[in-house]
Design a protein around this ligand. Sequence first.
Ligand code: FES
Length: 67
Amino acid sequence: MADVTITVSANGSLKVEGDIDLVDAEGNALPTREGKPIYLCRCGQSENKPFCDGRHKLADWDPTLGS
Ligand code: FES
């Protein structure tokens, strides 16, 4: 099994579990919580990107995955 698991939530974020380094476009470290999952926004509506802040629940977007 992989050291990191990324789960695409049916209606929202990407849940990332495992030991990762999360950095911005310039390589600056972004906060993670050791031993706890992080949730990355995939709807584009979060005001705390790259993290999900729950706004996907109010956004008009299609969370279904393409095939
Ligand atoms: S996926 Fe939750 S705010 Fe975008």
